[in-house]
Design a protein around this ligand. Structure first.
Ligand SMILES: C[S@@+](CC[C@H](N)C(=O)[O-])C[C@H]1O[C@@H](n2cnc3c(N)ncnc32)[C@H](O)[C@@H]1O
Length: 224
């Protein structure tokens, strides 16, 4: 799953993952994280999700990263926002008020880019990546995200033999394997979403679950 794969999707407007509204699970479960409004939130592989704007509207500073500049320009244009654009290689930054989106590769982020981040929202990011890329994604995550930050993570789970990704199937074992060394993994909710997903049914799925997870840093890591 190369950057070119994603850039091509954006060029052809094949962005079926994009929701025309704020994610319902974000709205339901974010308050339960108990974060101060001023907490800086990181949104990896953010696309043009409206979740960025919702988080900013709650008073959070928000920093996203997205490899497609087209996606980022659409985010601001479609929401009537005129961003300041600055260049600090390897990223170009689009910013309005407390929202910053770094255009570039997630794997080029360093801890300095995410200094001060206190929370993460991941919807359709981990599951966008094939199995062989997810360990590197998670290891990099644990390098760049401050150890005290908690996360709200949304994944999809299905029989991977029925459909090829993306999105890829990520269940409890995978979340535990990728993040369990650093975080306590708390399942917050699971939903049967096959009936709301005719596109995935057409691609061969007979069952589909959506999971919401809270990742809470383990105390020993906080102390490090
Ligand atoms: C499935 S979409 C999800 C977007 C967003 N999270 C949402 O909920 O709408 C995955 C996004 O990750 C971006 N992406 C893929 N690989 C990336 C990388 N290495 N660095 C930054 N963005 C990346 C793609 O361009 C795409 O917009």
């Amino acid at each position: 799953m190369t950057p070119e794969f994603w850039l091509e999707r954006w060029r052809h407007s094949e962005t079926g993952w994009h929701l025309p509204e704020v994610n319902v699970h974000l709205q339901e479960f974010w308050p339960g994280l108990g974060l101060a409004p001023e907490t800086l939130v990181f949104v990896p592989l953010c696309g043009k999700t409206l979740d960025l704007l919702w988080l900013a509207s709650r008073g959070h500073g928000v920093v996203g990263v997205e490899i497609s500049e087209l996606g980022v320009t659409e985010l601001f244009a479609e929401n009537g926002l005129e961003p300041r654009v600055t260049e600090t290689p390897p990223f170009r930054t689009y910013a309005v008020d407390e929202l910053r989106v770094l255009v570039g590769d997630y794997f080029d982020l360093t801890p300095a880019h995410l200094e001060g981040v206190g929370a993460v929202f991941d919807r359709a990011s981990l599951i966008a990546l094939p199995p062989q890329m997810r360990p590197a994604y998670a290891e990099h995550f644990k390098t760049i995200v401050p150890a005290t930050a908690r996360s709200l993570l949304i994944t999809l789970e299905y029989d991977q033999a029925e459909m090829s990704g993306p999105p890829f199937s990520v269940g409890r074992d995978e979340v535990q394997a990728r993040f369990g060394d650093r975080y306590g993994i708390e399942p917050l909710a699971s939903f049967d979403v096959i009936d709301e997903s005719p596109g995935f049914r057409r691609r061969g799925l007979t069952a589909l679950a959506e999971h919401v997870w809270k990742l809470e840093p383990r105390p020993r890591d906080v102390a490090c």
